[in-house]
Design a protein around this ligand. Structure first.
Ligand code: UDP
Length: 137
């Protein structure tokens, strides 16, 4: 079983889409092994997205991530990393396929509803950034 890290970003949480997204996660066969609502600080958002520090959108992205609460999760499934990225759809909701979460709940490339790890190393890093072992059940 593989684990991945997922976020219901501030835009989707604020719009009341969390329940629908979590319901979809369960329907698609993921096991939720960790889940909490949190309001990131700017420093926490910058640490999380450190890999994008040199990108032009870094400041807007980190301001957005600490603008309101979000829901962070650890999801488990065979091939969870790819399965969750497939369920999310393309980064830009305008390019996302029908039936994907970003198509249904995203609004723009910077308000795109969800986050998902892109590889086993980043999944391990991101899970450890937000969760302690004791919080994963
Ligand atoms: N992003 C943005 N503007 C861009 C590219 C990315 O605001 O031009 C944001 C977007 O919210 C995206 C996040 O930065 O989800 C991380 O970018 P990445 O390319 O890693 O996309 P993801 O893995 O989230 O699909």
């Amino acid at each position: 079983m593989e684990r991945t890290f997922a976020i219901i970003k501030p835009d989707a949480t604020a719009k009341g889409f969390a329940g629908a997204i979590i319901s979809r996660i369960e329907k698609e066969g993921f096991k939720i092994v960790g889940l909490k609502k949190m309001h990131m600080t700017k420093a926490e958002a910058e640490g999380f997205y450190a890999v994008h520090a040199a990108r032009p959108f870094f400041n807007d992205l980190t301001n957005f991530m600490c603008s309101a609460p979000c829901i962070v999760m650890v999801l488990e499934k065979d091939g969870a990393i790819k399965a969750w990225r497939d369920l999310m759809g393309s980064t830009n909701p305008k390019d996302a396929a029908e039936g994907t979460l970003r198509k249904e709940f995203g609004e723009s490339i910077d308000n795109n509803a969800t986050h998902g790890s892109d590889a086993p190393e980043t999944a391990a890093q991101e899970i450890a950034y937000f969760f302690s072992q004791l919080e994963l059940v």
